[in-house]
Design a protein around this ligand. Structure first.
Ligand SMILES: [Zn+2]
Length: 348
């Protein structure tokens, strides 16, 4: 099988499985399903990577298709233009999986027998921008927790945002088309044939023939960008996906493990370390710093306490001393006075 024309019969498939979200671009050639692109990430990651990326270049590329379609419709450089769009299709989904929907639209354009609607893709630009704004608002105001602040559930907050008209999108969380499909319940490698760049997706018969355990998963085949957006946020809300602000870089991150997580896994600019690794170092350093201070205090407390027994200090004197010592210890732990000064005072 040779390389397929991926601009024919291309569809985006989105599903949530085993705490991950997966985006796939598939095409059908000779009754075989091929995988053009696939990526899986922890639930919540696609929204985070979308809101923190700059897509101006992608938007320009989408807008430029107006001129390309215009020329194609006029019969100018038709072959070269479709080749260009072919490349764009793969580039789009690789830039961010949400643009897989634009790739799918390109496939629809290629399948049209009549003139292509010039604005087919450029029309998506304001919709992608809207999706970006909505997701940013939801991450910040709906699906996030701050330390110590609990309160209404994310679902309640979503309803409130909708009712108070803070969300531009007030339509019901509707999406088509969702298909409940059999998927391998365990990681299952796809195989490639020699002369085709894209791996073949095994059929149900092939999976069962190899006794691969299966599970049922609801897959979305979006027909509009709103389908994709609704499916993502409905999925996040139902699964209780939660975001937090990283204490190092100040950006939101997806809480995948413990709710006590304080740092994200982004690389710190100009460093090989991530915020989380940096956070661990900081906690360790703080502990190391606190340790000698606490040791100094504990040692002095014991010696002063013993002085009561030997009659060299009254109980009142000791209580007065310990109150001052504790206050100084706390100042020292906060870094207001140095450990050396604290030690000197304790020895007086
Ligand atoms: Zn961070």
């Amino acid at each position: 099988m040779s390389n397929p024309d991926i601009l024919s019969n291309t569809s985006l498939r989105v599903y949530f499985q085993a705490k991950e979200e997966t985006f796939e671009l598939q095409t059908v050639v000779d009754n075989k399903k091929l995988q053009i692109y696939s990526c899986s990430m922890p639930l919540g990651e696609s929204a985070i990577s979308f809101i923190y990326s700059d897509f101006e270049e992608t938007y320009t590329a989408l807008r430029n298709t107006e001129t390309i379609f215009l020329e194609i419709n006029a019969g100018l450089q038709v072959k070269a233009h479709w080749e260009e769009l072919h490349k764009l299709s793969v580039k789009l989904v690789r830039r961010h999986p949400y643009f897989g929907f634009a790739s799918q639209m390109l496939s629809q354009a290629a399948g049209q027998a009549m003139a292509v609607d010039m604005r087919l893709l450029s029309r998506l630009v304001p919709l992608y921008r809207q999706m970006h704004d909505n997701l940013t608002l939801l991450v910040k105001k709906c699906m996030s927790v701050q330390d110590g602040i609990r309160g209404s559930s994310f679902v309640d907050r979503y309803a409130d945002l909708m009712l108070t008209h803070q969300l531009a999108d007030r339509s019901p969380l509707r999406y088509s088309t969702v298909v409940t499909e059999f998927l391998p319940a365990v990681p299952f490698p796809l195989w490639k044939t020699e002369d085709c760049d894209y791996p073949v997706i095994p059929t149900l018969q092939e999976l069962r023939a190899q006794e691969v355990p299966l599970e049922l998963v609801d897959s979305l085949y979006p027909r509009s960008l709103q389908d994709l957006y609704h499916y993502i946020i409905a999925g996040y809300l139902k699964q209780g996906i939660c975001f937090k602000i990283c204490k190092n870089c100040g950006r939101y991150f997806t809480v995948t493990g413990s709710m006590n997580a304080e740092y994200c896994d982004r690389k710190i600019e100009g460093s090989q370390k991530t915020c989380r690794q940096m956070g661990a170092v900081r906690v360790y350093q703080q502990k190391q710093m606190k340790d000698p201070i606490l040791r100094l205090y504990n040692r002095a407390y014991k010696t002063h306490n013993a002085r009561i027994r030997y009659g060299r200090m009254t109980r009142e004197e000791f209580l007065e001393w310990s109150t001052r010592a504790r206050a100084l210890r706390d100042k020292c732990l906060e870094g207001q006075i140095s450990a050396a000064d604290f030690e000197m005072w304790l020895k007086e």
